[in-house]
Design a protein around this ligand. Structure first.
Ligand code: SF4
Length: 343
């Protein structure tokens, strides 16, 4: 029998008539039998109780530029302490980080790190924010809550880098102390979502609507473009129309390039012209801030004022070369720039 004394009891769970435990953290709603783990591997039924066995078990830390998350309108040029755990609640065939997302805690080199330790590390490196990233932080929600609460007390921001596949009640808890998020919108096709990510589009759109309408969380959207899977002009237009109608024109949108990986090695890397073309479509549809990623394209990574078109933040990959935004405004025409900037 496994020793459960070191594990954190799962916050989102119900019992069922079958004796299995229902995990209510994400819309997969795994029913988990004795000794078994859910789809994400890190929520486990041990001796009839559901535990978050990923709690306090990051697989490693890095100090990243915030541009790498990517977030281009949240303290640009600042450093962010980044970590994730093993496991994931999605099943993306094209996962770009599958050595972590498909790992089990026992087989990974997971550390033992308390929330207090994470804060100490963030302070030691003098970063502005902490990113819950690499795998999907939804699955270690209890750990996110405990760290982000402490972080807020210390004036450190918390950032979710997520696919947005989370239960509508659980997200109110997990995002309570979150300041910003980058949400993957992996496609605008439910067939794509079901076949290639084993999740669904509707729940992700619902999270985006909730972030917009019911929270103060600053968020940006990323779409990884995969040749012939989600890169058609019509799909990109449909996605942009939905964003414009439901979220407005000022949510930054990032199109990033795929590289063949995991179970999708039969596709070529995304050509740069596909990424550039998607950006052009988004801008012509009316999206104010659209960026390219995973390609060398300083023009596509520059923030311009939507009103007077002045260059405001110039980037080179993940570095900020210049930033002339003052008090959150364009210094040339005084137009307010969406986002959170240092004064
Ligand atoms: S968080 Fe994990 S265990 Fe819970 S429902 Fe989602 S995939 Fe299943």
């Amino acid at each position: 029998m496994q020793n459960d004394s070191n594990y954190k009891l799962a916050q989102w769970r119900e019992s069922t008539d079958s004796g299995k435990l229902l995990c209510t953290l994400c819309p997969r709603y795994c029913k988990i039998g004795e000794g078994q783990a859910g789809f994400c591997f890190i929520r486990q039924n041990i001796n009839g109780k559901l535990y978050s066995i990923g709690y306090g078990r990051p697989t490693g830390f890095a100090i990243d530029p915030i541009e790498k998350k990517p977030l281009h309108h949240f303290y640009p040029g600042s450093g962010i302490l980044s970590f994730g755990t093993a496991g994931c609640n999605l099943g993306c065939k094209f996962c770009q980080n599958w050595s972590m997302s498909k790992a089990k805690i026992a087989d990974s080199n997971a550390l033992h790190v308390t929330p207090e330790d994470v804060i100490k590390l963030a302070k030691k490196h003098n970063v502005n924010s902490i990113a819950y990233t690499y795998n999907d932080p939804t699955i270690f929600g209890e750990y996110v809550i405990d760290i982000s609460k402490l972080a807020r007390d210390e004036g450190i921001s918390s950032v979710m880098v997520t696919a947005g596949y989370i239960d509508k009640n659980a997200r109110k808890d997990v995002y309570k102390y979150i300041d910003a998020a980058n949400v993957d919108l992996k496609s605008f096709s439910d067939v794509f979502y079901r076949k290639l990510t084993l999740s669904n589009l509707k729940d992700v759109l619902d999270t985006l609507l909730w972030l917009k309408n019911e929270t103060e969380v600053w968020f940006e959207i990323t779409t990884l473009l995969i040749p012939e899977e989600n890169d058609s002009e019509s799909e990109i237009k449909k996605m942009c129309e939905w964003i414009l109608t439901n979220l407005g024109d000022s949510v930054p949108l990032h199109f990033t390039a795929f590289h063949p990986d995991f179970k999708m090695t039969d596709k070529p890397p995304t050509p740069q012209k596909t990424i550039n073309n998607a950006r052009k479509i988004a801008i012509s549809e009316g999206i104010n801030y659209c960026y390219t990623g995973n390609v060398y394209d300083p023009g596509g990574q520059t923030t311009c004022c939507p009103a007077c078109k002045s260059k405001l933040i110039e980037r080179d990959w993940h570095s900020v070369n210049s930033n002339i935004i003052k008090n959150g405004k364009c210094p040339k025409c005084d137009n307010k720039i969406a986002g959170i900037f240092v004064p």
